[in-house]
Write a protein that binds this ligand. Structure first.
Ligand SMILES: O=C(O)COP(=O)(O)O
Ligand SMILES: [Mg+2]
Length: 219
């Protein structure tokens, strides 16, 4: 039987850094702080919105745990849900997902991005119908690298075998914590050299993903 596929979102299926960059800078400049570069913002992505907000506050010279946190977080998440233009699919994602769906892989997204902004970004790029479920960073009491999200997705997808597909250090740790083989997409937001992260297989082009899955041998 084909495996369940559990995907990360930001830096794996979509390049969301330009959208997160715009939203973050709107929040910062709206309060009189200096805007940040795309590279800076990209380096803050992967551990969820609370981490992003703490990074924004630190860079702005404010206390990341201080009284501004709640207001900035609320402002960010509201904008995050509507300002979706800067989210784009990585090349070849649709063709790969069409093939994986055709061979019978049930698919889910587990992302540290908050649930509503994640759904909005997924709809914007036309991915909604491919996934049986989406679990966001605020859907459960924990977020990645805690494996709870991945375990929940695996339970709902209901297959004996599953693979986890992601782009970052957090994803490598999540897969390990969840006890799933990790398939790493090398073109995302990773900061560590790919071969320094534990993974079963790496790929740099989505055209290669279906054959990786179809050729998988389970012991
Ligand atoms: O919003 C984030 O920090 C990252 O989200 P991801 O889990 O989809 O990479
Ligand atoms: Mg990611």
């Amino acid at each position: 039987m084909t495996p369940a596929l559990i995907f990360d979102l930001d830096g794996t299926l979509i390049d969301s850094a330009p959208a997160i960059h715009k939203v973050s800078n709107d929040v910062l400049t709206g309060r009189g702080y200096a805007p940040l570069s795309l590279e800076q913002i990209r380096s803050f992505v992967g551990q969820g919105a609370p981490h992003l907000v703490r990074c924004l506050l630190t860079t702005a010279g404010e206390d990341p745990e201080g009284p501004l946190f709640e207001a900035i977080y609320a402002d960010l998440v509201t904008r995050y849900e509507t300002d979706v233009e800067g989210n784009t699919l990585y090349p070849g994602v649709i063709t790969a997902l069409d093939r994986l769906r055709a061979i019978g892989c049930p698919m889910a997204i587990t992302t540290n991005k908050p649930y509503k902004p994640a759904l909005a970004a997924i709809a914007h790029v036309g991915l909604t119908d491919y996934f049986e479920l989406v679990i966001g960073g605020d859907s459960l009491p924990t977020r990645k690298p805690n494996p709870e999200m991945v375990h929940e997705a695996q339970r709902i997808l209901g297959r004996d075998h599953a693979l986890y597909i992601g782009d970052s250090e957090i994803d490598a740790q999540t897969a390990e914590n969840a006890g799933l083989p990790f398939v790493i997409y090398t073109e995302g937001y990773r900061k560590t050299p790919v071969d320094a992260l534990p993974h079963a297989v790496k790929f740099s082009d989505f055209k290669d993903l279906p054959s990786i899955i179809e050729g998988w041998t389970w012991s």
